[in-house]
Design a protein around this ligand. Structure first.
Ligand SMILES: Nc1ncnc2c1ncn2[C@@H]1O[C@H](COP(=O)(O)OP(=O)(O)OP(=O)(O)O)[C@@H](O)[C@H]1O
Length: 233
């Protein structure tokens, strides 16, 4: 579903990602870990086409992101949860979800049916569809941002530090929903600081350090790895 091959990026003359390769297969949850400044959000921005790579390729469902253009990624079956949620604060929850639904351009889906599915998955937002997104609590906004990524029924979901700022109880609730999404057959790339939780629900993981993939493997192996233990556990 997602394939990055030897991707390098830079900010002006400063190199950032260096030869980053990673894959996420269908129905697979993979996490990307890394300390502050390692390049995790840069990777997210490169995947969703907001940042041009200098070399290498990024494919979603076999389609090159550069050729496709950011505005068409949703119609390839990809949903994104950016760091900080980035909802439209003056629009209601329903309007935020409607915009994402329309961007997915999936004629097989009906908006009201999808909205009902989101309300089932996120009981916290059922009562709040008419509320302006900017007036919601951080936890509620996190749920709306995930619902926005899911409303077009994507096959791949890419999330950038979705648990940032959530209470421990809400983090548990959030990741239970993320696990359910994977169990329903979606591919997930989970970019996270919260290594223990991410490795406990993802099948595989990558560790990014200073723009390079320093480690990769099965989550059970990474949990035992000295570098990971030293950095996080
Ligand atoms: N637009 C930009 N212009 C110049 N440098 C940038 C830009 N965006 C990010 N950087 C730099 O690139 C490096 C990686 O940033 P990035 O946001 O990808 O890290 P991160 O792993 O997501 O970190 P964090 O966990 O703190 O969010 C940092 O040193 C950052 O200052």
């Amino acid at each position: 579903m997602l394939e990055m091959n030897s991707v390098s990026t830079s900010y002006g003359s400063v190199p950032m990602l260096r030869d980053v390769s990673l894959q996420v297969g269908p129905s697979e949850m993979v996490c990307l870990l890394g300390p502050n400044g390692a390049g995790k959000s840069t990777t997210f921005n490169a995947i969703c086409g907001l940042l041009r790579s200098d070399s290498g390729s990024i494919r979603i469902a076999g389609q090159d992101v550069k050729e496709c253009g950011t505005e068409r990624l949703a119609s390839l079956g990809a949903g994104f949860v950016p760091e900080g949620r980035r909802l439209f604060p003056t629009l209601t929850v329903r309007e935020n979800l409607r915009l994402a639904f329309d961007a997915a351009r999936n004629p097989a889906l009906d908006f009201e049916t999808q909205l009902e599915r989101m309300a089932d998955l996120f009981p916290r937002i059922r009562e709040r569809l008419g509320q302006k997104a900017g007036t919601m609590s951080g936890g509620e906004q996190a749920m709306v941002a995930l619902a926005r990524a899911l409303i077009g029924d994507p096959r791949l979901v890419v999330m950038d530090e979705p648990s940032l700022g959530l209470s421990p109880k809400l983090i548990d609730e959030y990741f239970q929903i993320v696990s359910r999404i994977r169990d329903e057959g979606k591919a997930v790339l989970l970019i996270e600081q919260n290594a223990e939780t991410a490795l406990s629900i993802a099948e595989r993981g990558y560790l990014l350090i200073r723009g390079k993939i320093a480690l990769s493997g099965k989550s059970s192996d990474l949990l035992q790895d000295d570098t990971i233990r030293h950095l996080y556990l």
